[in-house]
Design a protein around this ligand. Structure first.
Ligand code: DQA
Length: 147
């Protein structure tokens, strides 16, 4: 059965209570629940993870790359700082869709640069939890159907 790995970085465990004006009221569990339903409809396995630690993200990206599983990646603030994540994507050959709940380009300038975007298949930002669902749709359309 094909699988999609969803990897969430620092502070995304706080969704629901964290800066709701920016990130909304949905929790990470709400997002996982909807993604689980969408994957079940298509016969795709969902692996959904969150960590506040950069090394965990590096390990999980390498694992997905080894398995040939595409990744929906919201690396949180590590998006803007992590060369290790950039290298993990490049080195493992993982197919990644970078997602953000908020429109990072309409926010502080330090959020405008992404170390992930140059090694991502695509980027979706600004649609709240729908960013994840759109990313899944893109993977169904462009990556999973052909496997
Ligand atoms: C975020 C945007 C990042 O700039 C921020 O550090 C986050 C969340 C988003 O989903 O909008 O933690 O990735």
């Amino acid at each position: 059965m094909p699988a999609v790995h969803v990897i969430n970085g620092p502070n995304l465990n706080l969704l629901g209570s964290r800066e709701p004006d920016i990130y909304g009221r949905a929790t990470l569990e709400d997002i996982e629940t909807r993604l689980t339903e969408l994957c079940a409809e298509r016969g795709v396995e969902l692996v959904f993870r969150q960590s506040n630690h950069e090394g965990d993200l590096v390990d999980w990206i390498q694992e997905a790359g080894r398995l040939g599983a595409p990744i929906i990646l919201n690396a949180g603030a590590l998006t803007h700082t992590s060369i290790a994540i950039h290298d993990a994507i490049k080195g493992s050959g993982a197919v990644v869709v970078e997602v953000h709940l908020s429109n990072v380009h309409a926010r502080e300038s330090f959020r405008h640069h992404s170390f992930i975007a140059p090694v991502a298949r695509g980027v979706i930002a600004g649609f709240g939890p729908t960013s994840y669902f759109l990313a899944l749709e893109a993977l169904f359309d462009r990556e999973i159907r052909k496997t």
